[in-house]
Design a protein around this ligand. Structure first.
Ligand code: PRP
Length: 187
């Protein structure tokens, strides 16, 4: 894998800004559900960094669960709307305050489908918390109750978001210069 320093064009959101905003989101959630509890559902794999930082900033009783979906579509992070659960929850969400934790909303198809699939399980409340919102790419309307940052239509990576499966571990959000990025040839 190529070193990211060779293809990064800019740091879009540095670590400190991410953490500051995540603190604000955690405080907002704690206020909104004061005297109640929440169940955070992380949509794997991109949401994992965000989940672990966000949950540390929430002061009310908080449970976590994981869910994975696969989508069949063309192009990076663009889906056709055919979304299936590949890893389901281990718990009932009936009558619970559920918050879906996503790294990024792009076309909106993934989270829209997850919302539909979970709403029939009769949660008390069901909301979306997304770190990044590429609003201009939206193809289907979704109600994003908690949004970290609205970002331009650039290819971003780091902090949970991958480039060809790598670099989810970076503590900041960077932008890929596609002219400099050389994908590995897979045999
Ligand atoms: C990304 C992201 C969202 C989805 C957003 O997941 O985590 O789930 O794409 O795109 P959409 O709004 O156009 O549906 P991806 O399929 O890349 O999987 P990953 O989280 O495992 O990287």
């Amino acid at each position: 894998m190529q070193k990211y320093e060779e293809f990064i064009s800019e740091i879009l959101i540095p670590q400190e800004r991410l953490q500051q905003r995540i603190k604000e989101l955690g405080e907002e959630i704690s206020r909104d559900f004061a005297n109640e509890s929440v169940l955070l559902i992380c949509i794997l794999r991109g949401g994992v960094m965000f989940l672990t930082d966000l949950m540390r900033q929430i002061s009310i009783p908080t449970a976590i669960e994981f869910m994975a979906v696969s989508s069949y579509g063309v192009g990076r992070r663009s889906t056709s709307g055919d979304v299936r659960i590949t890893l389901d929850l281990n718990t009932s969400i009936e009558d619970r305050n559920v918050i879906l934790v996503e790294d990024i909303i792009d076309s909106g198809h993934t989270i829209h489908s997850v919302l539909e699939m979970l709403s029939v399980r009769r949660p008390k409340t069901l909301s979306i918390c997304a770190l990044l919102d590429k609003a201009e790419r939206r193809e289907v309307d979704v109600p994003v109750r908690y949004c970290g940052f609205t970002i331009p239509n650039k290819f971003v990576f780091g902090y949970g978001l991958d480039i060809d499966d790598y670099y989810r571990n970076l503590p900041f959000i960077g932008v890929v210069d596609l002219d400099k990025y050389q994908p590995e040839v897979k045999s």
